[in-house]
Design a protein. Structure first.
Ligand SMILES: NC(=O)c1ccc[n+]([C@@H]2O[C@H](COP(=O)([O-])OP(=O)(O)OC[C@H]3O[C@@H](n4cnc5c(N)ncnc54)[C@H](O)[C@@H]3O)[C@@H](O)[C@H]2O)c1
Length: 345
């Protein structure tokens, strides 16, 4: 297949690009190269004859039309988005423009292209979304594909809106879409403003490790390469118009995840142990969702997917990767907002 991946220079998009090229697909990576992007994320495939890059912005409809006309993909995997909840609290405008208007532009460009091609049956528009659209759970229960949407941050509201647009383009115009909603990812190439890399790098530098609120917020963690594998499976085998929840069934309280990373740092950098002494509780994020948990029954039973890595193994690999890849993360620490407390409203 020739796949147009949007956001392929970001964290998850680059995992999709690397895996798709490894599997022999042709990939066109469309990315605006915002603060969250990094060319190094796709360095391992950028010389492949299967790989092409287009710097283009979802807000520029004409650019999207041109890229589709030039490359004529068989499928689109749409991952480009503004993705950091704290930044969405400080500046929701970019989230509305990229995640909602940008998705609208891409849907319209895809529809025009698909119609122009004679509505090929095999064409797919795969929209990649988050479990955050479902809101916050209490102590029990899991999100299924039928859980009503209840987004509570500007980020999750913008992603929810984009999901609705994608479903509407399927129902109204017959665009062949599939959707996925995934839980929190972690792994290599994760931008150093997100929890897991912040903990690793602050521990490494002997700096306070900030934990929001009481640390009791629960997330369902999935290794990024397992997510990429699930996404390619849904693209190839998912039923049209349906959505699939993706999660590793690895629920952990933030504080426990942080302690596990500290234990890995104690093992790998024993001279600074115990790293737990750096944990510092800070003012909570406004509207901080308490618990997310994914019921992945549909993708497991209907498509036969399962994650390959336990959270213990995935976290160990991730910590080791950051310790071995300073050249990757060091330049990112000077990007705007990195290392600052954002999203206090
Ligand atoms: N990170 C997670 O845990 C998680 C979980 C579930 C779903 N998701 C979803 O997966 C997708 C990818 O997330 P991520 O963590 O890799 O994000 P990321 O922030 O690491 O990467 C986003 C990429 O999109 C690009 N981009 C942003 N605005 C753009 C625009 N206007 N035009 C073109 N490109 C633009 C950026 O340059 C960047 O390369 C997002 O849609 C996100 O909502 C993320």
């Amino acid at each position: 297949m020739k796949i147009l991946v949007t956001g392929g220079a970001g964290f998850i998009g680059s995992a999709v690009v690397r895996l798709a090229v490894r599997r022999g697909h042709e990939v066109v990576n469309l990315d605006a190269m915002t603060y969250a992007a990094n060319a190094g994320n796709v360095a391992s495939v950028s010389n492949s004859p299967l790989y092409a890059f287009e710097q283009a912005d979802l807000r520029d409809r004409a650019a999207l039309d041109r890229v589709l006309a030039d490359h004529q993909p068989d499928a689109i995997m749409h991952l480009a988005a503004e993705s950091h909840v704290d930044r969405s609290i400080d500046g929701p405008g970019d989230f509305i423009e990229t995640n909602i208007t940008g998705t609208y532009n891409l849907l319209e460009a895809a529809r025009a292209y698909w119609v122009g091609q004679g509505r090929p049956e095999g064409f797919r528009f795969h929209h990649i979304s988050t479990d955050e659209v479902f809101g916050s759970l209490g102590e029990t229960g899991q999100f299924t594909e039928d859980t009503p949407y209840d987004p509570r941050s500007p980020y999750s509201a913008s992603k929810a809106a984009s999901d609705h647009l994608v479903r509407a383009w399927h129902e109204t115009y017959g665009l062949p879409v599939v959707l996925t909603n995934c839980s929190n990812n972690y792994g290599p190439f994760h931008f150093p403003e997100k929890l897991v890399p912040v903990v690793i790098l602050n521990a490494l530098h002997g700096r306070p490790i900030p934990v929001y609120g009481d640390g009791g917020n629960v997330r369902d963690w999935l290794y990024v390469e397992d997510h990429a594998d699930a996404l390619l499976l849904v693209l190839e085998k998912g039923d049209l118009g349906r959505s699939y929840n993706i999660g590793g069934e690895n629920e952990a309280k933030n504080i426990d995840l942080v302690r596990t990373i500290c234990a890995h740092m104690d093992r790998l950098r024993p001279e600074h142990a115990p790293h737990e002494r750096l944990i510092t509780f800070v003012t909570d994020r406004p509207g901080h969702d308490r618990r997310y948990a994914i019921d992945p029954t549909r993708i497991r039973t209907e498509l036969g997917w399962q994650p390959s890595v336990t959270v213990e193994e995935g976290l160990a690999r991730t910590v080791e990767w950051y310790l071995q890849n300073e050249d990757w993360w060091r330049p990112l620490l000077s990007r705007q907002g990195v290392g600052e407390r954002l999203g206090k409203a």
